[in-house]
Design a protein around this ligand. Sequence first.
Ligand code: ZN
Length: 163
Amino acid sequence: MSSLDLKGKRLSLFLAFIMLPFVVFFLILFSPIILTLFPMFANVAGGFIFWGILYIAVMVGFFGFLYRVVDKRVAMAPDWMILTSREYWLLEYRREMDKDGDYSHRRIALVLYSGDCPVCNGSVQIARGGFHFPGRLVGRCAESPVEHVFSFDHISKVGRPLR
Ligand SMILES: [Zn+2]
């Protein structure tokens, strides 16, 4: 398991990194209004919109998972991050407590969950819910990935049968 501690300035920098594409997006969206108010930007607007759209596309393609991790607190790690592994790795945006049990900071952790299927004792791994469980992560048995499906909760670590 590897992880990245996020505290104070680093957390702000990280969130700014995620928010920047949104800022660029809204600048492009409101460019007609901005240009009406500030006509002196007219000669750079075309270039900004072109590079802005390219920038957003690259950011969403490579780092869209970061948005999911922060928003949903857990997401599948992108394929490019785990090229060498055949396992299904997850990223968690974890809450860390100090020694008094109070909130301290968050960190991003690369984690791998596995369990034994209660039906057939096969190996269960976490995967995307797909068509039947949209927006969810579920545990799927390697021996019967369609029928032996379990809910997944990265906080409680408890799963119940979904079929
Ligand atoms: Zn099974």
